[in-house]
Design a protein around this ligand. Structure first.
Ligand code: C2O
Length: 601
C-alpha cells in the first residue's frame, strides 16, 4: 500500500486548552476504555483535508485548529540537524565486529570506572541477512494495565524460561540485557573508524534500533512458550490510567517480571513524574505529564529529526542529539524507576543495566508506540515524516533471533510496524489536545527586564535557576527557534533542565502552562573518552509559544533555565534565537512517498 500519511481525527477532550480544568477532568473523561477505533480514527486523506479547521468526525465536531496549530513547536530537547537533506556524504553505520567487542564501563559520579562489564554476546561467524517473514497473524501489543490474568501468566512463564536458558545461550535473559549494554556503553567500535564507538542513543538510530531489539525479544519469548502470537505489553505512561508502574511487574517478588532494583518510593500508587519536578500533587503531575507528551509529540516538532534524533553516520562522533521523546519522557521514566539506593541508579536508571529489568521492554514498547503514533498524527507543517537519506535506510545492526541465529537487520525495514507483524491496542490519547491554555493577560517582560542579556552570561555553567534576556530576530510573533549550543554534560550523571519563556509565576513544579518551552535530559552513559559528552545544540521552536503567550511587539524574550538534577553537570556554550530554517519541502515529500511505496509494498 502506497498511502502512508494517515491523517487522524482526534477527539477533543473537555480539558483541551481550558485554563480551569485540571487533570481530574481528564481522568473522568477517559476513564472508560474506548472502543479500539475510538480515539484515533485514521483515514487516508490528502493533506489539504487537514486545512479544514472544524469538521465533523465520527459524529463529533472536532476543533482541529487546536490540534493543527500545535504542530511545529518546541520542545523536549530537539535537535540539531535541520531538514532531511543529507549533509556531508558519509556511509551508514555498519554492524560491529563481534570478535572485537570490548569492555563496557559504567562510571560513578567521581568519573572513575565503577566496574568493568563484559556484555559481549557469544561469538559466531555465521551471519545471515534477515528477511521479514510473511505476516500470518498480526500481534496486538496490549496495554500493561489492562491485560488478563491468563496473559500475565504466559508472560511470566516465558520470561522465567528465558532466565533459565543456559548462560551462554544468546537468548538467555542476561544475554538479551547485554545486547543493550554493548550498543550503549561503548563496547563496540565502528569498524575501520579508529576509536569511534557505535552508540545507538542520542541520534536517529534510537527508534529503529529499539524496534528491532524488542522485535527479537518478543519472538524469543513467544518461541519459549510455543506461542508465536505472543505480543509484548506496553506501559501506557502517556495516559492517566497508566501513570503508575504496571502491577504485574511489582506485585509478586517471586515473579520473573519482578526486579528489586527499583525506586521503592515510586511503587504504585506513586504517579509518574515525567517533568522530574518532584511535585507531590498528583493532579499537577498528571497535568504536567500530559503537557509534556503534547509538547514532545506535537508542539515541539518542526522537523522530522526533531522527533527522530540527529543524523549519525559512519565516522560520526557519538551523541549528535536526541529526539524529543528520547530526551524527554523516555529518559525520565528510566531514572524515575531506577533505584537511587544503588551506586548508579541500577537497573533502569543507567544504560548498562537498564535491560536487566523486565520492565525495560514494557517501557520501550510504549516508546516505540510513540513513534507509531507520531507517524500517524496529522501535521500540516510537516508533510514529510520519512527520512529518505540512504545513510539512514541502510544502517544496520546485529541481533540473535529466536532460533539463536545471528542476523543482520536494516533500519529501512522498521518503518512499517505491521509489515513487522505487530500493532498496538488502541487507547485514548488525552495529550493530543492538551495544549497549554493561552496566558490570559500579556506577560509583562518589563517586570523582569532587569534580567541580564544572554550575551553577557554565556558560556554558562548551569548550577541553579538562571534568568536572562535573548534578542529576537524580529519584533513580536515570528517563526523562530531558540537554539542552545555546545551543551556539555557530565556523562556520569542523570541530567535534566527545563526551558521557560516569559515565565512570571516562578512555580517550577507547574509545567502545564504556555511558558514551558521544553527540556533536555540524559541518562548516565560512557562516552568514548573522559567523562563529559557534548551535544552540538538543541532547537526549541518558539512560534506556537508566541501564539500562546501573546508576545506583543517585544524585541526580546526572557528565558528561565531550571535544572532538575543535583549540583553542577551542565555547561551551555551559547544561546540565540534564529528564524526557523525548516520550511515544508514538497520535493522531499514526494521522494518520501516513493520510498514508502517501495518499502511497504
Ligand atoms: Cu536504549 Cu531506554 O534505552
Amino acid at each position: 500500500m502506497a498511502s502512508l500519511y494517515l491523517s487522524c481525527a482526534t477527539s477533543t477532550t473537555a480539558a483541551s486548552r481550558h485554563p480551569f480544568l485540571k487533570p481530574s477532568h481528564v481522568i473522568t473523561t477517559h476513564a472508560k476504555p474506548s472502543h479500539p477505533l475510538h480515539q484515533i480514527s485514521c483515514t487516508s486523506t490528502t493533506s489539504q483535508n487537514q486545512n479544514d479547521d472544524t469538521k465533523p468526525q465520527g459524529g463529533k465536531v472536532v476543533d482541529r485548529r487546536n490540534v493543527l496549530l500545535g504542530m511545529g513547536g518546541l520542545c523536549g530537547a530537539a535537535n540539531l540537524v535541520s531538514g532531511n537533506t543529507p549533509s556531508a556524504s558519509a556511509n551508514p553505520i555498519v554492524p560491529p565486529e563481534l570478535n572485537k567487542c570490548g569492555t563496557a564501563r559504567n562510571w560513578n559520579n567521581g568519573g572513575k570506572p565503577l566496574d568493568d562489564i563484559n556484555c559481549c554476546p557469544p561469538l559466531t561467524t555465521d551471519i545471515i541477512d534477515y528477511k521479514l517473514p510473511p505476516v500470518f497473524h498480526m500481534k496486538i501489543r496490549p496495554s500493561a494495565h489492562r491485560v488478563s490474568a491468563e496473559y500475565m501468566y504466559k508472560y511470566n512463564l516465558a520470561t522465567d524460561r528465558m532466565k533459565r536458558l543456559p548462560a551462554d545461550d544468546p537468548r538467555n535473559f542476561m544475554q538479551q540485557a547485554n545486547v543493550h549494554c554493548a550498543y550503549c556503553n561503548a563496547a563496540y567500535d565502528q569498524p575501520g573508524q579508529g576509536a569511534l564507538q557505535i552508540q545507538i542513543h542520542k541520534c536517529w538510530l534510537f527508534f529503529p534500533f529499539h524496534r528491532w531489539y524488542l522485535y527479537f525479544y518478543e519472538r524469543i519469548l513467544g518461541k519459549l512458550i510455543g506461542d508465536p502470537t505472543f505480543a509484548l505489553p506496553f506501559w501506557n505512561w502517556d495516559h492517566p490510567r497508566g501513570m503508575t508502574m504496571p502491577p504485574m511487574f511489582v506485585e509478586d517478588p517471586r515473579s520473573a517480571l519482578y526486579d528489586r532494583k527499583r525506586n521503592q518510593k515510586h511503587l504504585p500508587p506513586a504517579v509518574v513524574d515525567l517533568g522530574k519536578t518532584d511535585s507531590t500533587d498528583t493532579l499537577q503531575l498528571v497535568s504536567n505529564n500530559l503537557t509534556i507528551m503534547h509538547n514532545e509529540m506535537i508542539r515541539c516538532i518542526s522537523d522530522p529529526l526533531d522527533f527522530m534524533g540527529a543524523r549519525y553516520c559512519e565516522g560520526s562522533e557519538a551523541n549528535p542529539g536526541e529526539g524529543s521523546v528520547e530526551s524527554g519522557s523516555h529518559t525520565v521514566i528510566h531514572s524515575w524507576v531506577g533505584d537511587p539506593e544503588q551506586p548508579t541508579s541500577e537497573d533502569l536508571g543507567n544504560f548498562y543495566s537498564a535491560a536487566r529489568d523486565p520492565l525495560f521492554y514494557c517501557h520501550h514498547a510504549n516508546v516505540d508506540r510513540m513513534w507509531y503514533l507520531w507517524q500517524r498524527l496529522p501535521n500540516n507543517k510537516l508533510p514529510n515524516k520519512r527520512i529518505t537519506d540512504p545513510d539512514y535506510l541502510n544502517a544496520s545492526f546485529l541481533f540473535y533471533d529466536e532460533n539463536a541465529q545471528l542476523v543482520k537487520v536494516y533500519v529501512r525495514d522498521t518503518f512499517d510496524n505491521r509489515r513487522m507483524g505487530f500493532d498496538y491496542e488502541r487507547i485514548d490519547l488525552p495529550w493530543v489536545d492538551y495544549r497549554p491554555p493561552p496566558q490570559a493577560a500579556r506577560t509583562k517582560i518589563n517586570k523582569v527586564v532587569d534580567a541580564p542579556n544572554a550575551k553577557t552570561l554565556f558560556p554558562l555553567k548551569l548550577d541553579g535557576v538562571v534568568r536572562f534576556q535573548v534578542d529576537k530576530t524580529k519584533k513580536g510573533k515570528a517563526d523562530e527557534i531558540l537554539v542552545l549550543e555546545n551543551i556539555t554534560v557530565d556523562a556520569s550523571k542523570m541530567i535534566k533542565f527545563d526551558v521557560f519563556v516569559n515565565d512570571e509565576d516562578d512555580n517550577p513544579s507547574e509545567l502545564d502552562k504556555a511558558s514551558y518551552l521544553g527540556s533536555y535530559a540524559q541518562l548516565p552513559h560512557k562516552p568514548r573518552s573522559g567523562t563529559t559528552s557534548t551535544s552540538s545544540r538543541i532547537r526549541l521552536r518558539l512560534t506556537d509559544l508566541y501564539d500562546d503567550i501573546d508576545i506583543g511587539d517585544d524585541d526580546a524574550i526572557v528565558v528561565t533555565l531550571v535544572p532538575r538534577h543535583q549540583g553542577p553537570g551542565v555547561t551551555i556554550g551559547g544561546i540565540k534565537i534564529m528564524e526557523n530554517p525548516t520550511k515544508p519541502n514538497p520535493t522531499a515529500a514526494a521522494a518520501a512517498a516513493t520510498v514508502a511505496a517501495t518499502s511497504s509494498s
